[in-house]
Write a protein that binds this ligand. Structure first.
Ligand code: SF4
Length: 442
């Protein structure tokens, strides 16, 4: 476990200088225990205390960076077992497996297309995992160069053969690939190679006990940018291993497991594989390597990832601003909804498919959905009036009729009163919009 505020306080100078930005050493200690500040903020702490507190103040799971620049992927630095306790910070990276026996350039080109826009967010598939299936060092090196030429996204190089790894990793070292993997047989040479190239290193154990021993040996050799693989491939065993690693790291501060973990899918059926990857993504892989490489296979996984790694205390919102869908005219209808992004984009999709151009006015409800916003007093006649006025809707249309979501028909009277607009009660579900629009506005 991490140290408590009082345990940290005992190590501080107790002179209350305020140089750390906190009025007292005790306030600073409490903030440090809660992970809200860092030890460097106190310029007066002794070297001895630094040593004692440094490990305690370190994050339970080390942050490991793979790749460089804008496309670099950060793994780890998680502090929770359960998302609702705070939040998860670094979305599980998805790596698509490519073998050096395939047409690598063509596969990388396809990989580049695995990007999606959904609910106003842009999803990407993060990494390419290149496997030395040929067993040929020259081929592996050429394939690594082809991947580097085809994408800026980071790579996982997969080979337990140190000579093959050295050839490929040296050629693409500038991109800081993850080297997979140090094992009981090769760890000395593999660690030396990763340290020399400044690349992160995956450590593959044969079960958790073996993994723990191996990590300690690698760390003793001086390399700390590690990613852990228990070596298991059976779904339930991988899940158990990932859970144990996270639990021991976060709850017990067990240092050999204080690194992000990775998992490989093993299912051949693409949809079973996506489900398997979804399990690992949920608990608690920092990186999942998988074979699936089609949009329809990856989009559900990336959507699930997006849901899991958002801050549960902050609803996803769109800007509360009127949006014209299609070629609007002064006759176009005006739909009212809220600025909860999921609600907004569903409404937008249905208005679009109605093929009748319209305005959508998302009322600012702090990103909560229609019924919840109504119950919380955030979707009211006054709030709708404010939204209509802010966007000057009266100047955009030649009528004063708005469509209210069917679920809040109860707001009709107060909305007419507050806005001076006539209210039409729309369908309860957004899926009813096309039929509603055709019946009323075609
Ligand atoms: S800077 Fe250090 S000594 Fe001064 S109040 Fe903060 S913790 Fe205490």
């Amino acid at each position: 476990m991490g140290l408590t505020g009082l345990e940290i306080f005992k190590q501080l100078p107790k002179t209350n200088t305020g140089d750390c930005g906190f009025p007292t050493c005790l306030a600073f200690a409490m903030a440090l225990a809660a992970g809200k500040t860092s030890l460097e903020k106190c310029p007066h702490v002794s070297e001895e205390a630094k040593e004692a507190l440094g490990a305690a103040a370190a994050p339970p799971i080390r942050l490991v960076k793979v790749g460089t620049g804008d496309t670099a992927v950060e793994l780890g630095d998680e502090t929770e077992l359960f998302r609702h306790d705070k939040r998860f910070y670094h979305p599980t990276a998805i790596a698509v497996l490519i073998s050096d026996t395939e047409d690598v350039a063509a596969r990388v080109k396809d990989f580049g297309e695995l990007e999606f826009d959904r609910v106003g967010l842009h999803f990407v598939t993060d990494m390419v995992a290149l496997k030395n299936a040929s067993g040929d060092a020259a081929k592996f090196k050429a394939a690594a160069e082809a991947v580097a030429a085809g994408t800026k996204r980071p790579m996982v190089l997969i080979s337990e053969d140190v000579a093959a790894m050295e050839a490929a990793a040296t050629a693409v070292a500038a991109g800081k690939p993850l080297l997979y993997a140090a094992t009981g047989e090769n760890y000395e040479a593999m660690t030396a190679l990763a340290a020399r190239l400044g690349c992160p290193l995956a450590v593959k154990g044969n079960g958790l006990a073996d993994l723990s021993d191996l990590v300690e040996k690698v760390v003793k050799l001086g390399h700390k940018d590690l990613v852990l693989d228990s070596g298991s491939r059976d779904t339930s065993q991988v899940l158990a291993d990932l859970t144990q690693i996270r639990r021991l790291a976060v709850k017990k501060r067990y240092r050999p497991f204080g690194y992000p973990a990775m998992a490989f899918t093993s299912k051949d059926d693409p949809f079973a594989e996506v489900v398997q990857a979804g399990v690992y993504l949920s608990k608690y892989a920092g990186l999942v390597v998988m074979k699936a490489s089609k949009k329809e296979e990856l989009l559900p996984l990336l959507s699930w990832r997006q849901n899991l790694f958002t801050d549960p205390q902050k609803p996803i919102q769109v800007e509360p601003k009127a949006v014209a869908v299609g070629e609007v005219t002064p006759d176009s209808p005006v739909y009212i909804t809220t600025n909860f992004s999921l609600t907004y984009y569903i409404v937008e999709g249905e208005v679009e498919s109605s093929k009748i151009p319209a305005w959508i006015v998302p009322v600012n409800t702090d990103g909560i959905s229609v019924l919840t916003a109504w119950a919380a007093g955030k979707l009211t006649g006054e709030a709708i009036n404010k939204a209509l006025k802010k966007d000057d809707m009266e100047s955009k249309v030649n009528h004063k009729t708005l469509v209210l979501p069917g679920y809040v028909a109860v707001l009709s009277g107060s909305t007419e009163e507050a806005t001076g607009w006539k209210v039409m009660v729309g369908p309860r579900e957004a899926s009813g919009i096309p039929k509603f629009a055709k019946a009323n506005f075609a």
